[in-house]
Design a protein around this ligand. Structure first.
Ligand code: IMP
Ligand code: MG
Length: 491
């Protein structure tokens, strides 16, 4: 077939084919058929590649048409077979299958119209300027500067029996709606064809993005180097970090979110030492360097091989061994929850947590009670010296709930002398609850100076000072995972 005509040589001057043999994807539609025709006209030795998806009714017809077009244009054709099950996300899965089967350098017949659609689709996905560059004119996309009507004109002139993809009209695919609804509407409002505008935006963006990328590399040659990240303009630092923190997984590439980037910049600027990122990763700063770590949470078997009575590495030296392991703690709390569940089948109690010490216990206990309980908090502080309670208590935060005729359980962290709780119980009893009970996680053996019936007690422990799991020393160490002994004169 003669591919030399004024129409074709005119269009060829706007294409960018390189040198040497060329693999072209050929679906059998007008764009890919025109691509093959133009490649032949450019003097390249062309091999056409067709992927049969075996998923549409027309799959075998498409393959036959592609073979026919290749024969008409006098090129070799290779047919690849993919098995793509129909169902959700079909286009994406078909594209992935094609990418696997076709040579990695294969040229595709994307046109300027495809480019404009891609720019808009990328915008709709929330792209930054990097996504505005879309595709690039060159060996992979040699006919990117042609319009769709021009590829069709080539097929008409060469009398190629092209296939028209019936799914091109289906509104199920966003790309089709952008082509059939968005672009015509934009053209209508702007009173001009916006496709060349979007294509120009893509080309200019590509140049500017390349420039920024080169500049970022020049100013921050080593992305983990904190001082060059701090000295460079923030746009370049962000750009370098974005590239570094890009994550690859099953469904493609994920750049870090803006919020993640800002947190990493906080680490760079010394406002924090480390930060967590999506994908169980974290960035740390040590000795003027950033380190990206994959945080593999230990599996249960690993947890049980490390000594559960040891405090975490960050705990100060005064923190001794665990009074109960985290596991024992949770098991006992589940038992207490089950007991309370059984004791109040018809009239669920109001749980009154005593802040701040009971914060952890309250949240864990309440989740082990299988009743629709109410939750409220009080905050108290005892008068007296730091080490000995006087039994006189100041209410810092009172309850919001009305106690009249309700079952009430006071949830306490630890009972030492019992004076604090004794005061509190008298105060609450004056509000005439239906019943008033105590649920304390720890009871210090033999230390109580008043007699109170403690209905629910988690553990009885020897009389030593303990911290963690809500219990503090000077307001610190409440966040330790369980309760540990605290020996102030050590370390
Ligand atoms: P009590 O009036 O002597 O029973 O004092 C109880 C309160 O003192 C608890 O609610 C805790 O806030 C605090 N407390 C008692 N023992 C410890 C301890 O070993 N570690 C931390 N706080 C404690
Ligand atoms: Mg307390």
């Amino acid at each position: 077939m003669n591919t030399h005509s004024p129409l074709i040589s005119g269009l060829l001057s706007r294409c960018r084919f390189g040198e040497g043999p060329l693999d072209c994807a050929l679906s059998g539609g007008p764009d890919s058929s025109a691509l093959v025709a133009l490649a032949v006209a450019s003097g390249r030795e062309v091999t056409a590649h067709h992927v049969n998806h075996h998923s549409r009714d027309t799959s075998s017809v498409d393959e036959a048409l592609a073979r026919e077009i290749a024969a008409q244009l006098g090129v070799q054709i290779e047919v690849h077979h993919a098995e793509v099950a129909s169902g959700p996300n079909f286009e994406a899965r078909a594209r992935a299958a094609r990418r696997q089967l076709l040579p990695s350098t294969v040229a595709t017949g994307h046109t300027m119209d495809d480019q404009a659609e891609t720019v808009l689709l990328n915008l709709m996905r929330g792209t930054g300027i990097d996504g505005l560059r879309a595709m690039e004119l060159g060996p992979r996309h040699p006919i990117l500067d042609l319009r769709r009507e021009e590829t069709l004109a080539i097929c008409v002139e060469l009398q190629l029996a092209v296939a028209l993809d019936p799914t091109n009209a289906s509104p199920e695919f966003s790309r089709n709606r952008v082509r059939l609804e968005v672009l015509p509407m934009l053209a209508d409002i702007a009173s001009r064809d916006v496709v060349p505008l979007l294509a120009r935006l893509a080309a200019v963006s590509a140049e500017e993005v390349d420039f920024l990328e080169a500049e970022a590399l020049a100013q921050i040659p080593e992305v983990t180097d904190v001082s060059s990240l701090r000295e460079a303009p923030a746009v370049l630092a962000r750009r370098r970090l974005r590239g570094w923190l890009r994550r690859l997984d099953g469904d493609g590439e994920h750049p870090p979110s803006l919020a993640e980037l800002e947190r990493v910049l906080d680490v760079v600027e010394n406002r924090s030492r480390s930060t967590q990122l999506a994908g169980k990763r974290s960035v740390h700063r040590r000795g003027g360097r950033l380190r990206l770590e994959q945080d593999n949470p230990p599996s249960l078997s690993e947890v049980s091989t490390t000594d559960p009575t040891l405090p975490p590495a960050w705990a100060p030296a005064e923190v001794g061994s665990a009074v109960v392991t985290p596991e024992q703690l949770q098991l006992r709390i589940a038992e207490l929850g089950a007991q309370i569940t059984a004791d109040y089948p018809d009239d669920p109690p109001l749980l009154v947590g005593v802040l701040k010490g009971a914060m952890m216990f309250m949240t864990d206990l309440s989740r082990c009670i299988e009743l629709p309980v109410d939750v409220d908090f009080m905050a108290v502080s005892s008068y007296g010296s730091a080490t000995a309670t006087s039994g006189v208590v100041r209410i810092i935060k009172d309850l919001e709930a009305d106690l009249l005729n309700r079952h009430v359980i006071v949830v306490e962290d630890i009972i030492d002398s019992g004076l604090t709780l004794n005061y509190l119980l008298r105060y609450l009893n004056a509000r005439q609850p239906k019943s008033l009970q105590v649920c304390a996680l720890f009871l210090k053996e033999g230390m109580q100076r008043v007699h109170v019936d403690y209905r629910y007690v988690g553990f009885t422990i020897p009389s030593t000072f303990v911290v963690g799991y809500g219990l503090d020393v000077d307001e610190r160490l409440r966040n330790l995972p369980t309760v540990y002994t605290y020996l102030p004169h050590q370390g």
